[in-house]
Design a protein around this ligand. Structure first.
Ligand code: KMH
Ligand code: ZN
Length: 288
């Protein structure tokens, strides 16, 4: 594909909606959010429920024995294996980890041989912290995804990240699988705001032919979901990004967030797509 900025809009989505669930993240404490899945058993149960509710991809952060975020390779391998055994979901491992994770550990995530991985296209203020993604790290991670046959999802927290994505594709060519898929992560304090006007601007700047999903953090979750559906995008939901279902009502499970997304997708006459349909769209081989 060509990576130049184009006046052509990003590819129109097909009739169906790809729903990604991001069930855990690296920021929340289990003690503060009891329904957060942190053990392998909880994660597998969540994955099955979310598949049933309409998810096609699971974006995975794992926790260690004390429920703290970890990038332990053997746990990551066990997780990929268990999720593949128990569901047909596309397994996407986070290479973002927690803001404290060193670059080498984040690169080593690919050794767990997931179907896909996140690849954030630049550094961003992340609440009171900084989520570090300097250019040399992005390049190293991208080249490794090409070598290992892992399909990256480009995480864009800011409009500047879209420019960095173009630069990456110009320098190293298309990703494994040949298709560019992006995720707009909106409403992070320090990143782009989660509103329809910003979403439209970001989508217009994406590489020609790219598909995209969007997720709105916290209270931007619903506006971003409505805007993404209206603009032909895909959806990402989950407790990594949102722990309040409605004003004053905590999220009870990841599955209820997926269910709500699938209901809205149905209303938009773009029902949830299956993992196999998502594989075909993203160029991901079936490793089951
Ligand atoms: N936990 C954030 C610092 C990713 O998964 O790649 C980074 C993050 C993005 O969640
Ligand atoms: Zn993540």
């Amino acid at each position: 594909m060509t990576a130049e900025r184009s006046s052509r809009p990003a590819a129109k989505a097909g009739p169906a909606t790809m729903i990604t669930v991001a069930p855990t993240g690296a920021e929340l404490e289990k003690s503060a959010v009891p329904p957060l899945p942190v053990t392998l058993e909880e994660l597998v149960t969540t994955a099955k429920e979310c598949r049933e509710a309409g998810a096609a991809i699971i974006h995975v952060h794992i926790r260690g024995s004390s429920a703290q975020p970890t990038l332990d390779l053997s746990r990551l391998k066990d997780t990929v294996h268990a999720l593949r055994e128990s569901t047909d979901l596309i397994v996407q491992l986070s290479t973002g980890g927690a803001v404290t994770d060193p670059f080498e550990r984040r690169l080593a995530v690919l050794d767990a041989a997931p179907d896909g991985c996140s690849l954030t296209c630049g550094t961003v203020n992340f609440g009171d912290e900084v989520f570090m993604n300097p250019w040399p790290f992005m390049c190293e991670l991208y080249v490794r995804t090409q070598e290992r046959g892992v399909v990256p999802e480009f995480e864009l927290f800011d409009l500047g990240h879209v420019a960095a994505l173009h630069r990456l594709l110009d320098k190293y060519g298309p990703p494994f699988g040949g298709h560019v898929h992006c995720d707009l992560v909106m409403g992070v304090p320090g990143g782009m705001p989660g509103d329809a006007a910003t979403l439209v601007q970001a989508v217009a700047a994406l590489p020609a032919g790219a598909t995209w999903s969007a997720t709105g953090v916290g209270r931007t979750s619903l506006p971003v979901m409505f805007a993404a559906l209206a603009a032909g995008g895909q959806l990402r939901v989950g407790m990594e990004d949102t722990i309040t279902f409605s004003r004053g009502r905590p999220v009870r499970s990841n599955a209820e967030l997926v269910e709500r997304a699938a209901t809205l997708a149905d209303l938009a006459q773009r029902p949830a797509m299956t993992p196999d349909q998502a594989r075909a769209m993203l160029g991901i081989p079936d490793r089951h």
